[in-house]
Design a protein around this ligand. Structure first.
Ligand SMILES: Nc1ncnc2c1ncn2[C@@H]1O[C@H](COP(=O)(O)OP(=O)(O)OP(=O)(O)O)[C@@H](O)[C@H]1O
Ligand SMILES: O=C(O)[C@H](O)COP(=O)(O)O
Length: 402
């Protein structure tokens, strides 16, 4: 599991007066009133920018927001300025564009310790096309490049990949480095025993992760909607539960692979079933082998929670990706909540390394108010998944070698 060699980082270079192009992932959720509903990614980007400001650099900050098709006011980065200014302790200047004359003027006028936030790079289709001319224009205003946008590192876009061809040195920011340390470093050299918990809706989206982790872990706990494909493959009736009929053979082969590798694979022995997919559904707990006709499994049961908790108690490194059940419905959140509490407890009382791999599992940990108790919470959904699959991220590959 690797994303290549170690990348160059912000060292002791003389940064005073230098214009630094910082690509961050400020793709935060905004409500209808353009209010930020979760500022995690902004806060995560602060240490790198603050470090540069303290060194007397001039920071030109770039990001995408959403998936706009052309210039779309709804996807402007302007609503982020007050929060960024507050967190950085400087008045952030906002440009109306990300390239061009106005940007050049504002960049030239930046004082040491000043920050210029560029407008959404995805307002240009050239960004996602990784257009070299566009990348060159982005690069033109700065002296060096720092990529701290881990959440977008799986995209080979102009501001994450192309720009490095025109701006040297090109190094990783602190957030990028931390994500790689945990999602590559800790996973490649775990304190054993090492457990992975993989949930989420479908086997098909997690095959790569499961296969890759099978080569590393001692314990693999499965949960979420994917378990019903495994049950069906073993000949159980699964009622109306989520099943991927074309993945039955794959499920059997994953069970065999686990056996061959000596990995203890834990499939839940009981499940919480519902009469419909709804928050107010009628529910009951049944054995995994006794799902009634017409019912669907929406969470793991209490026996499964107990068994996985006991297995996790023995582990020193745990990585978690994907919820155990439909945690968005209170009634079916117990399995996911139990894992979140267990990992928080193991981190704080026993010093276990706990890594939450992005996406919905992070949302679940945050909902439970346990985010600050984990060793590492990834700011990347797709990017963390790709890393755990052992893929190389273009945004990382493009950076200078350490
Ligand atoms: N038993 C189940 N039946 C149906 N859906 C389920 C079940 N268990 C969990 N889910 C759903 O799976 C979804 C999360 O699946 P997904 O594969 O996207 O997970 P993730 O890896 O955390 O997310 P991401 O891919 O964004 O990182 C949740 O919305 C949850 O409600
Ligand atoms: O939210 C994310 O996962 C990143 O910001 C990447 O966004 P994208 O999936 O639109 O490229």
């Amino acid at each position: 599991m690797a994303t290549k060699r170690s990348v160059g980082t912000l060292g002791e270079a003389d940064l005073r007066g230098k214009k630094v192009f910082v690509r961050a992932d400020l793709n935060v959720p905004l409500d209808d009133a353009q209010k930020i509903t979760d500022d995690t990614r902004i806060r995560a980007s602060v240490p790198t920018v603050k470090f540069l400001l303290e060194k007397g650099a001039k920071v030109i900050l770039a990001s995408h927001l959403g998936r706009p098709k052309g210039v779309t006011p709804k996807y402007s980065l302007k609503p982020l300025v007050p929060r960024l200014s507050e967190l950085l302790g400087v008045d952030v200047v906002m440009a109306n564009d990300c390239i061009g004359e106005e940007v050049e003027k504002l960049a030239a006028a930046l004082p040491e310790g000043g920050v210029l936030l560029l407008e959404n790079v995805r307002f240009y289709k050239e960004e996602e096309k990784n257009d070299p001319e566009f990348a060159k224009k982005l690069a033109a205003v700065a002296d060096l490049y720092v990529n701290d946008a881990f959440g977008t590192a799986h995209r080979a876009h102009a501001s994450t990949e192309g720009v490095t061809k025109f701006l040297k040195p090109a190094v990783a920011g602190f957030l990028m480095q931390k994500e790689l340390d945990y999602l590559v470093g800790a996973v490649a050299n775990p304190k054993k025993p090492f457990a992975a918990i993989v949930g989420g809706s479908k086997v098909s989206t997690k095959i790569g992760v499961i296969e890759s982790l099978l080569a590393k872990v001692d314990v693999l706990i499965l949960g979420g909607g994917m378990i019903f494909t495994f049950y069906k493959a073993q000949g159980y009736a699964v009622g109306k539960s989520l099943v991927e009929e074309d993945k039955l053979e794959l499920a059997t082969s994953l069970i065999e692979k686990a056996k061959a590798k000596g990995v203890s694979l834990l499939l839940p022995t009981d499940v919480v079933v519902a009469d419909k997919f709804a928050a107010d559904a009628e529910s009951r707990t049944v054995a995994a082998s006794a799902i009634p006709d017409g019912w669907m499994g929406l969470d793991v049961g209490p026996d499964a929670i107990k068994t996985s908790s006991e297995a996790l108690d023995t582990c020193n490194t745990i990585i978690w990706n994907g919820p155990m059940g439909v945690f968005e419905f209170e009634k079916f959140a117990a399995g996911t909540d139990a894992i979140a509490k267990k990992l928080a407890d193991l981190t704080t009382t026993k010093g276990a390394t706990t890594i939450i791999g992005g996406g919905d599992s992070v949302a679940a940990v945050e909902k439970a108010g346990l985010a600050d108790k984990m060793s590492h919470i990834s700011t990347g959904g797709g990017a963390s998944l790709e890393l755990l699959e052992g893929k190389t991220l273009p945004g990382v590959l493009a950076l200078d070698e350490a």
